[in-house]
Design a protein around this ligand. Structure first.
Ligand code: GLC
Ligand code: CA
Length: 548
């Protein structure tokens, strides 16, 4: 309704899309095969041209890269591979010149085992011992303190013979969990937040933020995966911590925060966005094609995806709308069709996440339709979580071919291959040897082939983002869904003055519409210009019409 649009002040993150950069794979300026900050600066004009307003940088802090930066060894300095603090200041300033703001990844569930805090924590008499979760084990210290499992598979505890105790790691062995019962940890983190906000960043994407508080360390109910999660997921203590970080830090700045909240319910998400974080990433829709364990895919049903989106849209005021990130496989092959309908489905998916209510997130390469890169042998894999699972599958004597298929199903390297800038060697990403092989399809799929080219995926994203800025109802307006069958997805974005009808065919078969279309064509992924009286949508067809 109009009063909402009038009274809600203009908010940057509501009108601007976020573009996630995976720094290691974005652009390498000095030929060492690793993307870097100077490389990012050289591509700011590209991003400005695309029309995004916010960059989310995956971690660029000092890190031994056991989990590619999600293992931080120093929160207040830059990994020399990526540059230095001066480069970062330049990036912030150059982005600002172009109207672009930057959010950083904040990884505070755990640090790297190479963080000075952890090294010092090995002295049981040091105050740092209590920064982490050190415990004596069961059975005379021979067995882990409880039965919890690491999110990356295997036990969540590692014995340290120097200390003669075990430490908790919900992720890799080199990612020890911080002890959020210790208020000193909280104070350290507040300092880190201010350090970056004072340097001019616009906020944080908060890594696995709904797991930081372990209410107890009791045994968990045995499960195939994530045993122990009832003791650390979405806990009341977690909310208290975020309320405090918000009231003492975030609320003092013009900033946004987005929480990565795996296994979050509507109820928990509501709490996380009530004076805690600005918005959260839920995972239901990206688990729609995952089986009981992520190694095994399930048949993808568009109608399920639709249902999940509707649920979140109805329950949560402001969503973080995404299909891809550095942990997910590329979306066209999951929810679209990389063959016959490659262009149509890529654009339909763009229109989908661009028109749902909330902030639109685009992951590097998504805007040019990058695809997965399947590998044929384990030594091509860099993703620590896949390597850990590989060890288990090997022990189980799973035949190599089946094993590779399973690993490819969730190998996060699929989406981490270097950004494909052009058709020259290494896709224009680097003049050296890229840290992770480039997808050989770069000769066809690359930014140079798409920028300024009518009908390209890039041009469609650009048009879509511009359309939203010109029609703020698509940003601030309410959303109302039609009851539609099967693969057809339809909703209105509306306020008192304007109304837009969004119709999407999520699938490969023609879909009959419940009524004949009318209104002014705003954007569509087919060449059709005349939607008057149309009563069906072609495969993956998507359209925005202005109906009021
Ligand atoms: C998040 C990150 C992922 C990382 C994990 C542990 O899920 O997105 O890349 O491995 O947290 O930090
Ligand atoms: Ca480099």
């Amino acid at each position: 309704m109009l009063w909402e649009v009038r009274q809600v002040k203009r908010v940057f993150y509501k009108e601007n899309a976020v573009y996630q950069i995976y720094p290691r794979s974005f652009c390498d300026s000095n030929g060492d095969g690793i993307g870097d900050i100077v490389g990012i600066i050289s591509k700011l004009d590209y991003l400005k041209n695309l029309g995004i307003g916010i960059i989310w940088l995956s971690p660029i802090y000092v890190s031994p890269n056991d989990d590619m930066g999600y293992d931080v060894a120093d929160y207040q300095d830059i990994n020399p591979e990526y540059g230095n603090l001066q480069d970062m200041d330049n990036l912030i300033a150059e982005a600002k010149k172009r109207g672009i703001r930057i959010i950083m990844d904040l990884v505070i569930n755990h640090t790297s085992s190479e963080h000075q805090w952890f090294k010092s924590s090995k002295d049981v008499n040091s105050k740092y011992h209590n920064y982490y979760i050190w415990k004596k084990g069961k059975c005379n210290n021979k067995k882990p303190p409880n039965n919890w499992q690491s999110m990356f598979s295997g036990p969540a505890w590692k014995f340290d013979s120097e200390v003669n105790e075990w430490y908790l790691h919900l992720y890799g062995e080199k990612q020890p969990d911080l002890n959020w019962h210790n208020s000193e940890v909280k104070e350290e983190v507040k300092k880190i937040l201010r350090f970056w906000l004072d340097r001019g960043i616009y906020g944080f994407r908060c890594d696995v933020i709904n797991q930081i508080y372990k209410t107890t360390l009791k045994d968990g109910k045995p499960r195939v995966m994530q045993t122990g999660k009832e003791h650390y997921l979405n806990q009341p203590g977690n909310h208290e911590i975020l309320k405090e970080l918000n009231s003492e830090v975030f609320s003092k700045y013009d900033c946004m925060t987005v929480g990565e909240t795996y296994a979050v319910t509507y109820e928990a998400a509501k709490k996380f966005t009530d004076n805690e974080l600005t918005m959260v990433f839920q995972f239901d829709h990206v688990n729609v094609d995952k089986g009981f364990v992520p190694l095994i895919n399930k048949k993808y049903r568009p109608s399920k995806l639709k249902k999940i989106f509707i649920g979140w849209q109805k329950n949560i005021e402001w969503n973080a709308n995404y299909l891809e990130n550095h942990d997910q496989l590329r979306s066209i092959e999951r929810f679209g069709d990389a063959g016959e309908y490659y262009l149509e489905s890529a654009k339909m998916l763009a229109l989908l996440i661009g028109t749902l209510k909330g902030t639109t997130y685009i992951y590097e390469g998504q805007e040019i339709g990058m695809l997965n890169h399947k590998v044929t042998s384990v030594d091509q894999i860099k993703d620590v979580s896949v390597l850990m699972v590989n060890n288990i599958l090997t022990k189980l004597h799973i035949p190599p071919k089946t094993k590779m298929r399973m690993l490819n199903n969730f190998n996060r390297d699929n989406a981490r291959t270097p950004m494909q800038w052009n058709d020259s060697e290494n896709a224009g990403f680097s003049s050296g040897v890229p840290w992770l092989s480039v997808n050989p399809n770069y000769v066809k799929i690359n930014a140079k082939a798409e920028v300024g080219v009518e009908n390209s995926i890039f041009s469609f994203y650009k048009l879509l983002l511009a359309t939203k800025k010109e029609n703020l109802t698509l940003c601030y307006g309410n959303i109302d869904f039609y009851k539609t069958h099967g693969d057809l997805f339809m909703f209105n974005r509306l306020d008192e003055n304007n109304e837009f009808l969004v119709c999407l065919n999520l699938g490969k078969k023609n879909q009959r519409l419940p009524f004949q279309l009318h209104g002014k064509l705003i954007l569509s992924n087919y060449e059709t210009k005349d939607y008057k009286n149309r009563d069906y949508l072609s495969p993956f067809e998507a359209v925005i019409l202005k109906t009021k």
